[in-house]
Ligand binder design. Structure first.
Ligand code: GLA
Length: 390
């Protein structure tokens, strides 16, 4: 659904649910990361884009209430009630911790919307590695901005949402997902320097190429501890290399310190150091429309995530192998897993004219190899969070 269609859909659904029209509507996109994986918490570079999939929230004041009630449009999702008269803490249902964390952060900054009736609808696949959680966090923050008329600085807003994820959802994520959901720009990728937080928009509007997003339909669960483990291994490597973070290390320094660290820590660092370099090169390749080079960097990124960082899985590897098999002759420049890993989505760079044929081939071969139905779609780079009404 496009944003105008979503606005219409949630407005009607809100009226059916609460018996009056909504006064404010906000939306925030999910994202796909083109390259630069597991580099954000190492002060490196990332190159994501916002996608045309959104968390959308419609609301109206509930003057006689001191709570924010949130209902989801999907049946069977337990509603959430967040009492503003008490300190806002993590609670149930589990999904409510994303809005809870953001509401707590907003209240701490004097952004208090009072009682609200909220309807939530999301078109970002859950647990698909497309930042459904960041979309929900950023949407909540944007909704509260709309209701209170208080606008946060975009960096502060993204950091508030990241903090919600750390403290309320227990995932020690980096800054990529929340930044791109806030700062995405239509027809652009965002080259984000996660150390200085400087952002550079990289135009991505060459009509001869398209990005395909292939959902393996294997759910990923970043809270399982593997993500935090990777972070800790990177910190160990940086300590041994005597640098503040792996951003400051280079391949030579790593090779000379190889015998001072165990092989797993060495391989984790090798991934991060190589991936930071690949990301910068990919941004240059995209600016020059050098698609074969960008594609090769994507394959190299995947191999490194699979072998050195060990965050891929059989299904993601299957998608990348199928894409590699189709190859340039069939219209595929490159393909890699995207997001935290352990399931979720892959992203492929393809010639625009081959989107249909490539999607079909991947779907069929993936089903044959894994027995699972993939979900495949393409998206142009979308704009970041926005107030749709109010
Ligand atoms: C998750 C995190 C991000 C980033 C990616 C891996 O999406 O939320 O901060 O670390 O994994 O690149």
């Amino acid at each position: 659904m496009t944003l105008p269609e979503l606005t219409d859909y949630v407005s009607r659904h809100f009226a059916r649910t609460y018996g009056r029209p909504p006064r404010w509507i906000a939306a925030a996109p999910g994202r796909v990361n083109v390259i630069g994986e597991h580099t954000d918490y190492n002060d490196g570079f990332v190159l994501p884009m916002a996608i045309e999939r959104y968390a959308v929230m419609a609301t109206d004041s509930a003057p006689s209430s001191s709570s924010i009630s949130i209902r989801d449009t999907s049946e069977g999702v337990e509603p959430a009630t967040i009492d503003l008269s008490l300190p806002v803490k993590p609670g149930k249902p589990k999904w409510s911790n994303y809005p809870r964390g953001v509401i707590a952060g907003c209240l701490a900054r004097g952004i208090n919307p009072g009682g609200l009736d909220v309807l939530l609808h999301s078109t970002v696949p859950l647990g698909g590695g497309l930042s459904s959680s960041a979309a929900l966090e950023v949407c909540t923050a944007t909704l509260l901005e709309a209701v209170t008329g208080k606008k946060m600085d975009p960096v502060e807003k993204a950091l508030l949402c990241q903090q919600a994820e750390h403290e309320f959802a227990g995932v020690p994520c980096g800054i990529m997902d929340q930044f791109i959901s806030v700062m995405g720009r239509e027809n652009h990728l965002l080259l984000l320097d996660c150390r200085s937080r400087q952002t550079d928009l990289v135009p991505m509007n060459d009509p001869s190429v398209a990005l395909l997003i292939i959902n393996t339909n294997v759910k990923h669960e970043l809270g399982s501890g593997e993500y935090a483990k990777r972070r800790a291994q990177c910190e160990t490597a940086a300590k041994i290399l005597r640098v503040p973070s792996l951003r400051d290390a280079d391949p030579d320094a790593l090779e000379s310190a190889k015998n001072k660290m165990d092989n797993v820590v060495y391989r984790r660092a090798r991934h991060v150091i190589g991936e930071i370099e690949r990301t910068v090169h990919a941004a240059e390749g995209i600016r020059a429309s050098n698609w074969p080079t960008v594609g090769q960097l994507m394959y190299a990124s995947h191999a490194s995530l699979r072998d050195d960082y060990e965050v891929s899985c059989a299904e993601l590897d299957a998608v990348v192998e199928i894409a590699e098999g189709i190859g340039l002759k069939g219209g595929v420049y490159g393909c890699r897993m995207t997001g935290g890993g352990f399931g979720g989505c892959a992203v492929a760079l393809v010639q625009a004219g081959t989107v249909e044929a490539v999607s079909k081939k991947i779907a069929v071969d993936y089903k044959t190899k894994t027995g699972i139905e993939a979900m495949i779609f393409s998206s142009r780079p979308a704009a970041g969070a926005t107030i749709l009404k109010g």
